[in-house]
Design a protein around this ligand. Structure first.
Ligand code: PML
Length: 249
């Protein structure tokens, strides 16, 4: 039976920026008879988000023809930090331990600091820090992934952070990204001014780190550190955006 990709994105109008201001988004992969439930959940999320009332809501539902790949989840480690300086230091140290160069780490921090956040992810070289995708402000939008419901329930028994909706969604994305051998690591924190926890993934661990930015700060995003010897970046981008992936066993 085919899966359907159900996606929502809500935005507020913004003079001078045709994309508007991102308010909320979300997505999942479901069977036909489960579409309505997820669509209602996503619509509810769009209509009641603490960032305010959206001017536009896009809800798209699309049959996925390809069979999904099952990707076993990576483990979760919760770190501690009380200051932004401390949180950033944890993130940078983890990236160094994974083998990311200092240049590349600094380049990533620059991408995350831009006043107008990149919508999707920026792909950068793990050694030089040079940007590898040609997507500008749009970036690469990872899509078509979801937790397998039973596997998520199982994971929730051993990790309490997976009760937060944010962590569930972000870890589904991070698990998909980590599945591709061309991606060495990921750094992410939200562009939502009210959400300051972010993560680093690499070497099979999702590291949750509190305090990666000041509350009230609206800059954030995602950076993927790509193997220096990557052969075909366009093919990787295609899989990140289009290949259906279920996280679980
Ligand atoms: C986002 O929603 O934009 C990123 C959220 C990162 C969530 C990290 C976590 O809570 O595990």
């Amino acid at each position: 039976e085919n899966l359907f990709s159900v996606r929502m994105r809500a935005a507020k109008e913004n003079d001078g920026d045709e994309r508007g201001i991102h308010i909320s988004g979300g997505e999942g992969l479901r069977l036909y008879h489960q579409i309505q439930e997820l669509a209602e959940e996503l619509l509810q999320k769009a209509l009641t988000h603490e960032r305010g009332k959206p001017d536009t809501i896009h809800l798209s539902i699309e049959k996925v023809k390809e069979n999904p790949v099952f990707v076993p989840p990576i483990s979760i480690k919760n770190h501690e930090a009380n200051t932004v300086e401390g949180g950033r230091e944890v993130a940078c140290q983890l990236l160094r331990n994974i083998g990311i160069s200092e240049n590349s780490i600094q380049s990533a921090l620059q991408h995350m600091k831009k006043p107008k956040s990149i919508r999707g992810a920026a792909l950068i070289d793990e050694v030089s820090g040079l940007r590898l995708d040609q997507r500008g402000d749009k970036g690469v939008r990872v899509s078509r992934m979801d937790w397998d419901v039973e596997s998520l329930r199982f994971m929730q028994k051993s990790d309490s952070s997976l009760v937060h909706q944010r962590a569930i969604e972000a870890s589904a994305l991070a698990n998909k990204v980590a599945f591709y051998p061309e991606v060495v690591a990921e750094l992410c924190w939200s562009d939502d001014p009210g959400y300051t926890t972010g993560y680093v993934t690499g070497q099979g661990i999702y590291h949750r780190i509190p305090c990666l930015k000041e509350s009230g700060n609206a800059s954030g995003g995602r950076v993927f550190f790509i193997r220096h010897d990557v052969q075909n970046i366009e093919d990787l981008i295609h899989r990140l955006e289009r290949q259906p992936v279920l996280i679980g066993w």
